[in-house]
Design a protein around this ligand. Sequence first.
Ligand SMILES: [Zn+2]
Length: 273
Amino acid sequence: MIHEIAPHSFRNEWKPRRPVSDDVVFGYDGRNVILKSDQTFFHYGELDHRHEFIYLFSIDETAFYLTEIPQTNKAISLNINFARYYEPRMLGFACVTGWHLYRWQKRNRFCGSCGAHMIPDGKERALRCPECGNIVYPRINPAVIVGILNKNDELLITQYAISHGEYRHDALVAGYCEIGESVEDCVRREVMEETGLAVTNLRYFNSQPWSFSESILFGFFCDVEDDSISLDRQELKSAVWKKPDDDYDLPGEASLTANMIRYFRDGKVHYGL
Ligand SMILES: [Zn+2]
């Protein structure tokens, strides 16, 4: 998955330091990332230092910064989705995590409570209002991905409705947690809303930070006794029960969804177990 970058070590503890020549610098413009024309990332030593360099996090001994990178003939811009497939994965993960922080900074330049200019807190990864003391942390949306099994040991594979963006690969039921509910209640509600199925026997699988949607994803497998589907066509184009040997159109291995479907196809999860 995208955050699995061993043997490298992601260090998000708040220990900013001054940039050195080999540190990596990200620049973004909306949904685009600014890269060198050879599709590698800029280093601190390669940029002029007119703009502010904001510390993001470190991986091993390399620190990562956010700055404004002018779009010159030495630079190109690519949609952030390229980071899903970027090699080495460590840099793809760093790039989308940086984009998550870029969006947070950009949307919180002013205090939502009193309208004053926000400033870096300095003590932790937070923005603080110098007028009223409002503190804003990076936004992380909790969401669930659900692998549903029936009595025939088949997995429910969905396709998102066209109105739901560009994603066209096989998917699992998924959705954001609502206010006042547990993650488990979210699983039950999302499955009921999208498919009309009542799930039981929830078992937690794994989690994954997914900065493309500013989310933390929680993967669950669960069972259904009655597998007749009543599809929410606003959300889903189709939902089909599939056996491990059927044909699949899997997303890239960076995603939790792909890992869960692969886990099922490898015979590692079954109805009732
Ligand atoms: Zn304020």
